[in-house]
Design a protein. Structure first.
Length: 240
């Protein structure tokens, strides 16, 4: 090999190495391209406009929140199993619920149904703090560890029945319910601040529910509207 050729080879190798390195540093190797595509095709394309929501969906590494066996499907337009018979919602539904909640940086949020922790992480990108309750202790533990590992120190998860809310941290600016009750739990309405928003799928178990937005006005009156039909796993009650 001539010295010029050797030189060219060395430069090419170096360029490749640097390009890879720069990519890793900028985070572009962490499925970022798949997330950009997910946001463009599945989320922005379907009408989600809130820039903070779009940015959060581009940022949170959804593949970390699904089991190893589902990882290659993490950015697909579908819900996925997360174990214990539960599911992580379709990306669009997570984005829609987040946008409907109109999250602000100073907001404190209560989530019912931590599941994988993904919805909590998306909210945590935007708001001050997320309190999240999961009835299945295995999932609560797994989500706690994952969120900690990923550096979400503004999310607090506890194992328990979310029907009763989390009175110690109430009132909340936002309540997001990600398992379907057949009626809205009264404690959750009570723990909502005046001016607060609650997003919940409400309807018969094992059937289609309605995604509803509840808004509490300044004098405590609650107005609700239906947004779209959805299918969520049921909100279970702990037998006691
Ligand atoms: N938000 C989740 C998906 C939720 S799936 C995510 O981003 O991955 C619904 C979750 O609600 C399940 O994990 C289920 O175990 C939980 N759940 C059901 N009933 C509940 C209750 N009463 N209190 C708290 N969590 C409940």
């Amino acid at each position: 090999m001539s010295s010029t050729l050797r030189m060219i080879k060395k430069v090419v190798m170096l360029t490749l190495f640097c390009a890879h390195d720069a990519g890793a540093a900028a985070g572009v190797t962490d499925h970022a391209a798949e997330r950009d595509q997910m946001v463009a095709q599945q989320i922005a394309n379907r009408g989600i406009k809130d820039e903070r929501v779009l940015a959060a969906m581009r940022k949170v590494p959804r593949h970390e929140f699904v089991p190893e066996s589902e990882r290659r499907h993490a950015y697909r337009d579908t819900p996925l199993p997360i174990g214990e018979g539960q599911t992580i919602s379709q990306p669009y539904i997570v984005a829609l619920m987040t946008e409907l909640a109109r999250p602000e940086p100073s907001d404190r949020v209560l989530e019912i149904g931590t599941g994988s922790g993904y919805q909590a992480a998306v909210l945590a990108q935007i708001v001050e703090h997320v309190y999240s309750i999961e009835i299945e202790p295995t999932l609560a533990q797994r989500a706690t560890e994952l969120l900690q590992r990923l550096g979400y120190d503004n999310v607090t998860v506890k194992a328990g029945d979310g029907y009763a809310g989390w009175p110690e941290h109430a009132p909340f600016d936002i309540v997001v319910v990600t398992a379907a009750p057949d009626h809205i739990p009264q404690p959750l309405i009570e723990q909502l601040k005046p001016g607060g928003r609650m997003i919940a799928p409400v309807g018969p178990v094992h059937s289609t529910q309605e995604l509803r937005v509840f808004e509490k006005n300044a004098d405590g009156k609650v107005i609700s509207k239906s947004v779209t039909p959805v299918r969520f796993v049921p909100l279970r009650r702990r037998p006691d």
